[in-house]
Design a protein around this ligand. Structure first.
Ligand code: DON
Length: 562
């Protein structure tokens, strides 16, 4: 009997200890500076640059370019992105280096003669490519805020490309999965047209040469130099419409970020042409009046409130949002308390709202928008949040062998035809229709959070339409449920985007009883289509000023710092 009691006591002890370790699970903690990104190689290069006296913007250029080498699935020279920054003195800002529609693009370019969307045309091959913004954007950020010379920043990246990068297990699977697409999108076999295996090393010699030219000649090399000529020719030879003129006229744009409060947090996020900041603000403002902490993490009621807020925000996204250089967005009105309280007026815990019965809210328009995210905090106290993408994994799958990189398929983020879903199931309206030189609406949500006037968190995620809700759940995990940064990014996630009218849940993460209860209330639950939702990389400033990294367990993500 005594023996049994001892066994029971020991089991309780082991169980409690396990729980403790889990609850206290922290990511890497460093004192001064940190980079958290999708690949260890990229985080390390960014961190080393800061150790050499560089700031967050130097590290941004280094990390971005290193991801283009080490993480060709989403890291890129042939894509675009968004950056939100907060300087050590509290100044904030944002940089838009989103791709643009080519000059020869037109509203119905992906429709057949009957007005139907032609399958795959906006997702695969040369016609899916938007004018890339990454080189212009990362260099622009460096020009304004960087400290170290370009050579110091780029040399380790070029060395990495020459030395090569080890294939991870996840990468082996991704490359194998896309073989057919590579054949369809490219006339000739490409670097990835073979069964690369885990632990193989891929050397990127052509990319190293391209990077060397960019290092010597600056971003003009990519937009007006030899690289531009090779790129435009390659895209056109493969049936695309991007010209040298498109490349020469590309410019990144400094934007004013979206700012809003949630409890005692001041949240700074990306403005249009990303929908990220506005949707994040709308959802968080709609859920703010409820005591989520009291209701419990991922509890039935918490899931209902968040779902209903998400449904309403994504309905607005679909109607109102697009490139602010082309459409009037009622930005201020969409995030006011009164409008958002009104939006939630018909919510009830008893029954799901039906998306078909819910449209965008009424706002007066007054005249007068496979990815990767990284977070950086430097030793001076500056922070940058960057999300960059080729859109789908390996973008359009069109690879320029001579230059050594993939081209995006960002054109699919436009609404090819109002009401017809894109690759993420998102529907759009006129505000996001295609026009020459317009930027396609995005969901990327690089976000920085202040608490008590000080830097608190840097956060962001890939995941298409699920980016916004992944970022939001990570913030809530820390703020409402006291998770560590690592725990906050690891916890299971769910997602609703108005249409399709379903709650997507990561499988094996939510109890069948709760799922049953939600179904009884009229919610459709989909646990099949999203094995993972988002892949968040974030940094939390701890009480003593040190930094905790959250590198998502869902990928090969790593934090590095000192
Ligand atoms: O800009 C956007 O919203 C999309 N092109 C992002 C793509 C993405 O996150 C893919 N990752 N899984």
């Amino acid at each position: 009997m005594k023996k049994y009691i001892l066994v029971i006591l020991l089991s309780i002890l082991v169980f409690t200890c396990k729980k403790e370790t889990k609850n206290n699970r922290q990511g890497l903690v460093t004192k001064h500076a940190m980079v958290v990104s999708a690949r260890e190689e990229a985080s390390k290069i960014g961190s080393v640059i800061m150790k050499q006296g560089g700031n967050a913007f130097d590290a941004m250029l280094a990390t971005d370019l290193a991801l283009a080498v080490a993480y060709p699935y989403a890291g890129n020279l042939g894509g675009g992105g968004f950056m939100v920054y907060r300087l050590e003195n509290g100044e904030i800002g944002a940089l838009d280096y989103r791709e643009k529609a080519p000059l020869a693009a037109s509203k119905n370019m992906y429709l057949d003669s009957l007005g139907n969307v032609i399958p795959n045309l906006s997702t695969r091959g040369a016609l899916a490519v938007g004018v890339p913004g990454t080189v212009a954007g990362t260099f622009e950020a460096h020009k304004r805020f960087g400290k170290l010379p370009i050579e110091t920043i780029m040399k380790p990246v070029i060395e990495l490309a020459k030395k090569g990068v080890k294939v991870t297990q996840k990468q082996e699977l991704r490359i194998a999965e896309k073989q057919e697409d590579f054949i369809i999108a490219n006339k000739e076999p490409i670097l990835f047209s073979r069964a690369w295996k885990e632990n193989d090393t891929i050397k990127y010699n052509n990319l190293a040469e391209t990077l060397t030219r960019i290092m010597k000649n600056g971003p003009d090399e990519f937009y007006k130099g030899k690289t531009a000529r090779i790129l435009a020719k390659h895209i056109q030879e493969n049936g695309g419409i991007i010209t040298e003129e498109d490349l020469a006229s590309y410019k990144p744009k400094w934007r004013k970020p979206i700012t809003f409060t949630y409890d005692d947090l001041n949240i700074i996020s990306m403005s249009p042409p990303s929908s990220g900041g506005i949707c994040l603000a709308q959802i968080m403002k709609m859920i703010e009046p409820y005591d989520l902490h009291e209701l419990g993490h991922n509890s039935e009621k918490a899931i209902q409130i968040i779902t209903e807020a998400e449904r309403r925000a994504y309905a607005d996204r679909s109607f109102y949002l697009g490139d602010p250089d082309f459409v009037n967005i009622p930005q201020e009105q969409l995030i006011t308390n009164s409008y958002l309280q009104d939006r939630m007026k018909d919510f009830s815990f008893e029954k799901a709202t039906k998306s078909e019965a819910l449209a965008h809210g009424k706002v007066e328009i007054i005249e007068s928008n496979e990815t990767t995210h990284y977070s950086i905090v430097d030793a001076f106290g500056n922070a940058v949040a960057v999300t960059t993408t080729l859109n789908s994994g390996f973008g359009s799958k069109l690879f320029c062998e001579e230059l050594g990189f993939f081209l995006n398929n960002e054109m699919d983020d436009f609404s090819s035809k109002p009401g017809v879903p894109n690759v993420y199931g998102l529907v759009g309206a006129e505000a996001n229709s295609i026009l020459p030189q317009k930027r396609m609406l995005s969901s990327m949500t690089p976000t920085i959070i202040e608490k008590n006037g000080k830097l608190h968190m840097v956060v962001g995620s890939p995941g298409g339409s699920t980016i916004i809700t992944s970022v939001m759940q990570t913030i809530l995990n820390v703020h409402e449920y006291n998770s560590s940064m690592q725990e906050a990014v690891n916890l299971p996630r769910f997602h609703h985007q108005w249409l399709p009218d379903e709650i997507r849940m990561e499988p094996y993460s939510f109890s069948s009883k709760m799922i049953h209860n939600l179904e009884q209330k009229g919610y459709l639950i989909n646990e099949k289509d999203s094995p993972i939702i988002g892949k968040v990389d974030a940094i939390l400033v701890l009480e003593d000023g040190s930094l905790e990294g959250g590198a998502d367990r869902r990928g090969d993500d790593e934090a590095s710092g000192f």
